[in-house]
Design a protein around this ligand. Structure first.
Ligand code: FAD
Length: 117
């Protein structure tokens, strides 16, 4: 089947939005189990992402830059850096990772203390 760049980009945008929003809700002080879960998520994600080429590149990146899961900030910084590497490869502008703060709000409205449960 022919590549459809519009659909590929749309999937990418939706996925990045989901990934950054998910990590923005990762606990500040994750348990070992939280950390293992996030790490496993990214390895499974790299196996299952529907754009085969993207998934292969992402898998290669994970080998060099394994998921960083010691805190929410660290995880968000890692994902931002990894997304920037993809941006670079695609000739897109770099995102300022120091400004990631409240950029990704899940809009869930539920209280913080249940996060990660
Ligand atoms: P996107 O890169 O989709 O970003 C969406 C929005 O996120 C931006 O508008 C900006 O507001 C914000 N943003 C940008 N950079 C960052 C950052 N570093 N941290 C946080 N937020 C940021 N496409 C290909 O053609 N080839 C590939 O190999 C490829 N690999 C991919 C691998 C993965 C894991 C994913 C999720 C997507 C991949 N894509 C790939 C799709 C590609 O990354 C883009 O999603 C797509 O090209 C649309 O780009 P965009 O300019 O709309 O912005």
């Amino acid at each position: 089947k022919l590549e459809n760049a519009t659909l590929k980009a749309e999937l990418g945008r939706a996925t990045w939005k989901f990934l950054h929003t998910m990590v923005a809700r990762f606990p500040d002080k994750p348990s070992e189990s939280d950390r293992k879960t996030l790490e496993s998520f990214f390895y499974l994600f790299a196996r299952l992402y529907p754009c085969g080429d993207c998934a292969r590149h992402f898998g290669e990146m994970l080998k060099r830059y394994p998921p960083q899961t010691s805190s929410r900030n660290v995880a968000a910084g890692w994902l931002c850096a990894v997304h920037n590497m993809v941006n670079k490869r695609l000739g897109k502008p770099q995102f300022d990772c120091t400004k990631i703060g409240d950029f990704y709000d899940c809009g869930c409205g539920d209280d913080e203390k249940h996060k990660g449960e």
